[in-house]
Write a protein that binds this ligand. Structure first.
Ligand SMILES: [Zn+2]
Length: 405
């Protein structure tokens, strides 16, 4: 499977000769890959439907921040991302809408080999964009954590120049990978003198386009290549080859079970008593394989013992699930509120917001105590967020225990 990424700076979906001429790099890429991620499509919402029809072999989905029905657009349409995939992949593709306009994802599920490609367009490096950049990295992190697949590729225009030692955004990107156990695959698989952006005006090049992978995802990357000879503008596409067969297989849980949530703290006492009663009754029916349970051979090779224990385990889980079934609540979307937020983050958040307001009121100074306070409170806030993210499981368990008491 071949996946490519390209900042096209305007995707022309028309059928005129002029449009085709302006689309030549994209059309060439579509001959070489199965999935193409494009950034800066400059398309309005009204034209996203055409992503499904402009090419004979490809379908697509996109996001845009410009709605032409809301009035006149001043100047050029900005940003926008799209993912195109070969029609042969239609049965395996699921588009994931992130409800933001700077990224879009597809989940590919081929015979239980599941992976996700998140196509992103990050803000360019300048001081005003720094907070937004960090927020978007945090968004990417929660996107990865919220998904069931352990195999996620984040590809696109990261606007983080790996070649420039002073570039702040590339430091943020590297730190982000470090903090979250992610691998900057483009850095590992490509030579350090690579580039993906050419500045005619400054006679210089920079390396802004990257692929960040989870550990599983990185392991399936066979190769990566920057297509210098294909570029006709200031941006150069890259292409990577995935070995889908060596992906870990996802085991699907029975439908409905994993989506159900049991909110113990919302149950009344009599519900919990009924639950006790039902578990007693149902567990009493679980057959106990005495032979296997009393077997004292730590290296036991008796297949029937192994099977009996597995069956008993499944029966116990099923009994407990069955007993709790009347109290399930179904949520379609996991809450974004992390456990521990109120306790560890809320105060820092308020403080950072106040300091930010004061900084704006002071005329956004570029130095001095007002700026320093803004930076300091913001850093504290981010560390608090990082803390609750890293300790989510522990805090969740803690919260569950407290509400049961
Ligand atoms: Zn045994």
């Amino acid at each position: 499977m071949r996946v490519a990424s390209y900042n096209c700076r305007g995707l022309h979906l028309g059928t005129s000769e002029g449009d085709k001429a302006r689309r030549i790099v994209v059309d060439n890429l579509l001959q070489k890959c199965d999935i193409l991620c494009v950034q800066e499509t400059f398309l309005p919402k009204q034209e996203l439907g055409k992503l499904n029809s402009f090419h004979d072999n490809f379908h697509g989905a996109g996001e845009s921040m410009t709605d032409l029905t809301l009035g006149i657009v001043r100047g050029r349409i900005a940003g926008g991302v799209a993912i195109l995939w070969h029609k042969k992949l239609n049965p395996f593709i699921n588009v994931i809408r992130t409800e933001v306009d700077w990224c879009i994802a597809v989940q590919v599920d081929i015979n239980n080999k599941v992976f996700i490609i998140l196509n992103v367009y990050m803000p360019y490096e300048c001081q005003q964009n720094e907070n937004e950049y960090l927020n978007k990295l945090a968004f990417i992190n929660s996107f990865i954590m919220d998904n069931h697949s352990t195999c996620v590729y984040v590809v696109g225009d990261m606007n983080a120049d790996l070649r420039d030692r002073c570039a702040r955004f590339s430091k943020h990107m590297l730190q982000f990978c470090d903090d979250n156990n992610l691998i900057l695959s483009s850095q590992l698989l490509l030579p350090s003198e690579s580039y993906s952006c050419i500045s005619e005006a400054w006679h210089s090049t920079s390396w802004l386009d990257h692929c960040i992978s989870t550990v599983d995802a990185h392991a399936t990357l066979q190769s990566m290549e920057i297509m210098y000879d294909m570029s006709l503008s200031d941006r150069v596409p890259f292409i990577m080859t995935l070995d889908v067969d060596c992906l870990p297989e996802m085991v699907h849980e029975s439908p409905g079970v994993h989506k159900a949530k049991l909110e113990w703290h919302k149950l009344r006492n009599e519900d919990i008593l009924t639950y006790y009663g039902r578990t007693d009754v149902l567990l009493a029916d679980v057959h106990l394989p005495r032979c296997a349970l009393t077997c004292s051979d730590v290296n036991c090779n008796d297949v029937s013992h192994h099977e009996d224990l597995c069956v008993m385990y499944d029966c116990i889980v099923a009994a407990v699930l069955e007993a709790s079934r009347p109290y399930y609540t179904y949520s379609h979307k996991a809450s974004n509120m992390k456990p521990g937020w109120n306790r560890y983050v809320a105060a820092h958040h308020a403080e950072a917001k106040e300091a930010y307001k004061a900084w704006v009121l002071a005329g956004r100074p570029r130095q001095g105590p007002v700026l320093d306070l803004k930076k300091l409170t913001n850093a504290k806030y981010k560390y608090a967020v990082r803390y609750v993210c890293k300790n989510e499981q522990v805090l969740r368990a803690d919260y569950g225990r407290k509400t049961l008491q």
